[in-house]
Design a protein around this ligand. Structure first.
Ligand code: P6P
Length: 333
C-alpha cells in the first residue's frame, strides 16, 4: 500500500500549521467521510443491495428522487447531526433547512450539501458524487433560520466533493490548495494520492449539454460555435467535447487535465436562471476551482460573490481553465 498521508493526518497537520481550522472542523470532516463511505457501499454494490431505482417521490426541485438520493441524504444527516460541530444543515433533498435535534449539542458550522449529485446516472452505472460546503454560522447563532444560511461563497471554510467512480475519491480545499484522497476499499481510509491539484490555464476540451444550444444567450452560443469551428475558425485550434451529466466527474476531470464546464443561463424555463444550485453545487465547486488556479463565473459575476437569496437558488455556471473562462467573461461584456 502507498505510504501516504490520510485525510485526517493532512487536516491535523494543517491545524498544527495554523491554517485556520480547529479540531471541531476535523471531526466534522471525519463525519462527512463516514457518510461518503456508506454512500460508496450503496453505489458500489449497485443492484445487489436493492438501492437502485426510483424512490417514487419528488424533491423540492421537482425532480424524481432515486432511492439512493434519499438514502444518501439520510447518511449525511445520520453521520453529521450528533457530533456537536453543526448549528444546522441545508440539503438539496430537504425542502427547508435541517434543524439539529434538541438531544444533540450544536456547534459553530453550517453545512450545505448535495448528497448524491448526478443521480440520474446511478441506474445506468455512470459516475456520481456528493458535494459539500462548510461555513461558520453567524456569530452567536445556535438556532439558525433560513436568513442565517444566506452566506456568500467567499465565506466558505471548506468546499469538497466525493466522487464515486472507478475509484472513490474525496477532493477538498480549506483555502490551502486542492488535494485529492483515494478511498482504500479495505481499510476505509482516504489516502492523499493527488496533492496540490492545479488546473492548466489553457485547454482544448469543453463540456456542455449541446441540446440546449438554441436556448443559450449569444455570448455562450458564440463561444461554443467558435470551439466547433476549430482550426477552420477564429480559434485556430480544434476542440474536444465531453458531457458526463455528472458535475463532480466533469470537475474532477478538469482538475486533472484542464477544461471548461458550462451549464449556462438558458431561456428554456425563464423562471430558472440556470440549472445548478448555488449553495451546494456552484459555491463549493467554485471554491475548489479557484483554489486550483481556475475561474468560476455566472458569465457576468464571480460565483463566489453572488449574494444568496434562497438555499435552493440556481445560477449559471461557467468554470475551469482560466484563459477559456476569461474569454467567455469577455464575450459577455
Ligand atoms: P443535464 C446532475 O443532475 C446535474 O445537477 C449536474 O451534476 C450535471 O452537470 C447536470 O445536472 C446535468 O444536466 O441537463 O445535462 O441532465
Amino acid at each position: 500500500m502507498l505510504d501516504t498521508t490520510s485525510l485526517k493526518q493532512y487536516l491535523m497537520q494543517c491545524e498544527r500549521d495554523g491554517k485556520g481550522i480547529d479540531l471541531e472542523f476535523i471531526a466534522l470532516i471525519d463525519d462527512i467521510a463516514g457518510a461518503c463511505r456508506e454512500i460508496h457501499l450503496g453505489v458500489n454494490h449497485g443492484a445487489i443491495l436493492g438501492v437502485l431505482g426510483s424512490a417514487g417521490s419528488e424533491n423540492v426541485q421537482g425532480e424524481t428522487q432515486k432511492k439512493l438520493d434519499v438514502l444518501s441524504n439520510d447518511y449525511f444527516i445520520k453521520h453529521c447531526q450528533w457530533g456537536g460541530q453543526l448549528a444546522g444543515m441545508a440539503s438539496e433533498e430537504e425542502d427547508d433547512v435541517y434543524e439539529i435535534p434538541a438531544k444533540y449539542p450544536r456547534g459553530k458550522y453550517l453545512m450545505y450539501f448535495d448528497p448524491l449529485d448526478g443521480s440520474s446516472n446511478i441506474d445506468v452505472n455512470i459516475t456520481v458524487g456528493s458535494i459539500f460546503s462548510i461555513v461558520k454560522a453567524p456569530e452567536g447563532v445556535t438556532d439558525p433560520k433560513l436568513p442565517d444560511y444566506l452566506i456568500k461563497g467567499t465565506e466558505q471554510v471548506c468546499g469538497g466533493f466525493c466522487l464515486y467512480g472507478p475509484s472513490t475519491m474525496m477532493v477538498i480545499t480549506i483555502g490551502d490548495g486542492v488535494h485529492g484522497f483515494t478511498l482504500h476499499p479495505g481499510t476505509g481510509e482516504f489516502l492523499l494520492t493527488n496533492p496540490n491539484m492545479k488546473i492548466p490555464e489553457d485547454t482544448k476540451e469543453f463540456a456542455v449539454n449541446m441540446s440546449n444550444h438554441r436556448f443559450w444567450e449569444e455570448p455562450v452560443q458564440r463561444y461554443v460555435d467558435e470551439c466547433l469551428k476549430g482550426t477552420s475558425g477564429t480559434r485556430e485550434k480544434d476542440f474536444n467535447m465531453r458531457w458526463v451529466a455528472s458535475m463532480v466527474a466533469e470537475v474532477y476531470r478538469i482538475l486533472t487535465r484542464g477544461g471548461i464546464f458550462m451549464y449556462p443561463k438558458d431561456n428554456k424555463d425563464p423562471n430558472k436562471p440556470g440549472k445548478l444550485r448555488l449553495m451546494y453545487e456552484a459555491n463549493p465547486m467554485s471554491y475548489i476551482v479557484e483554489q486550483a488556479g481556475g475561474l468560476s463565473t455566472t458569465g457576468r459575476e464571480r460565483i463566489l460573490e453572488v449574494q444568496p437569496d434562497d438555499i435552493h437558488q440556481r445560477v449559471p455556471v461557467i468554470l475551469g481553465s482560466k484563459n477559456e473562462v476569461q474569454r467567455v467573461i469577455d464575450y459577455h461584456k
